[in-house]
Design a protein around this ligand. Structure first.
Ligand SMILES: NC(=O)C1=CN([C@@H]2O[C@H](COP(=O)(O)OP(=O)(O)OC[C@H]3O[C@@H](n4cnc5c(N)ncnc54)[C@H](OP(=O)(O)O)[C@@H]3O)[C@@H](O)[C@H]2O)C=CC1
Ligand SMILES: N[C@@H](CC=O)C(=O)O
Ligand code: NA
Length: 387
């Protein structure tokens, strides 16, 4: 085992968090640069966990913990551990990291404080980078301070696909983005690939009938592609958040001119089309939402039929158009010969970077854009950048 491991605190051990723990443990102990020093759910924290390869064991230990989560205390806890590990006086920065695998605003609201304490933050949670501009600017300011921690958020866009770090390197090395466009939601991609496919059997349900929209949404949820509440995917907010993250990343990391890059107060400033039926707006329970969606299958069916009459399929796409100052997300029709119709499957995302250097042909990133394994991989990839 390396003599000085990076101390990792994990907040959120749902689908992605549990998979991350497994992936960290899969690195052989003799060269594992990470030591997990706490695990937290929404209610409990387990300090100094014995993290066995069998997740049932650490999950049971966490469930049995009597310690309530105090997000404010977590940064201080890590600082104390690093001091014990390194001897007083040495810096914390680079030696301790909190991984936020929740979708909680409250956890994201702690990043600036943790980073200011020298603790790095790695996360697939979009909230801190796409919500109110003040929170985002607080994170940037905190990271500029002396001895500050770093923040890495690759899995916030395209899950494990190299999107955010690619963009950071692109604009950080002086390239100028003209437009970023594509399919940014694994859930929406899965839904429309399955439900509005090219006519070759796709779009057909078991028994040869047409698939129902609500059934496909239910399966997307079962596969772990959706947000904790699937309405956050279907209302376009998840894509709007990703577009906000990309637009803000250009603004924050560019070394050159950033004139024209839209300045977004929050993801709410993105022109976004919601697919939520009026009657289900505000439904707080994800279970109720999914079970009632079937009441609206006929409405969705009309959309599909209209596209098919025009020889098209439906895809939910997003664009950050720097040249025209537009950021928008919505449902579009594409001819069945278009790459968005023919080349996407499963939860695939496709992201096209049109830049000064990548012109006239864009840089294209494509692959699974949701799911625990690929998302946790992106998180672990960011952790490895701290080593
Ligand atoms: N699933 C995917 O394909 C992808 C997910 N992401 C992002 O990854 C994050 C996690 O997603 P996923 O694992 O699917 O979601 P889950 O709902 O499976 O897990 C979220 C976990 O966060 C915990 N949690 C919620 N609030 C808090 C809190 N305030 N403090 C501590 N823990 C809390 C929950 O704990 P409890 O069990 O106690 O409620 C739950 O275990 C989200 O931000 C999502 O957007 C990003 C890319 C792809
Ligand atoms: N719910 C999201 C998960 C990844 O960000 C999606 O479907 O893309
Ligand atoms: Na990514």
């Amino acid at each position: 085992m390396p003599s000085k491991q990076i101390l990792v605190g994990i907040v959120g051990v749902g689908l992605v968090g549990s998979e991350l723990v497994s992936q960290i443990l899969s690195i052989p102990a003799a060269r594992n640069p990470f030591k997990i020093v706490f695990l937290a759910s929404s209610t409990k924290v387990l300090y100094a966990p014995v993290v066995d390869a069998d997740p049932a064991k650490w999950k049971a230990a966490l469930a049995a913990s009597t310690e309530a989560v105090d997000l404010k205390a977590l940064g201080g806890y890590l600082r104390t551990l690093v001091a014990q590990q390194q001897g007083q006086g040495e810096g914390v920065e680079g030696r301790a990291v909190i991984v936020d695998n929740t979708s909680a605003e409250g956890v994201a609201g702690m990043y600036a404080e943790w980073i200011g304490q020298g603790v790095s933050v790695v996360t697939p949670n979009k909230k801190g980078f796409s919500g109110d501009r003040g929170v985002w600017e607080g994170i940037l300011r905190a990271a500029e301070g002396e001895g500050a921690g770093r923040w890495l958020n690759e899995s916030t866009v395209g899950a494990g696909l190299p999107v955010v770090n690619t963009l950071r390197e692109m604009v950080g090395s002086g390239d100028r983005v003209r437009k970023i466009e594509g399919v940014f939601s694994g859930t929406m991609s899965y839904i429309f690939n399955e439900w509005s496919g090219v006519p070759s059997g796709k779009g057909e349900g078991e028994g040869g009938g047409r698939k129902k929209f609500s059934d496909v949404v239910r399966v997307a949820r079962e596969k772990g592609y959706t947000e904790p509440h699937p309405a956050d995917d279907l209302n376009g907010a998840d894509v709007a958040r990703k577009l906000t993250i990309l637009a803000r990343t250009i603004g924050a990391c560019a070394v050159g001119e950033t004139a024209g890059v839209p300045v977004l107060g929050s993801y709410r400033d993105v022109q976004t089309q919601s697919l939520i039926p009026k009657a289900l707006e505000g439904e707080g329970s994800g279970d109720v939402f999914v079970s009632r969606l079937g009441e609206f299958d006929e409405e969705f069916e009309r959309l599909r039929e209209e596209a098919e009459r025009e020889g098209c399929v439906l895809r939910f796409v997003g664009v950050v158009d720097v040249e025209n100052g537009v950021v928008k997300a919505g449902l579009e029709k594409y001819p069945v010969s278009h790459p968005f119709a023919t080349s996407l499957g499963g939860s695939d995302n496709i992201i096209m970077f049109h830049t000064e250097r990548y012109s006239p042909r864009p840089l294209i990133v494509q692959g699974a854009g949701a799911g625990a394994a690929v998302t946790a991989m992106g998180v672990l990839g960011d952790l490895l950048k701290l080593v």
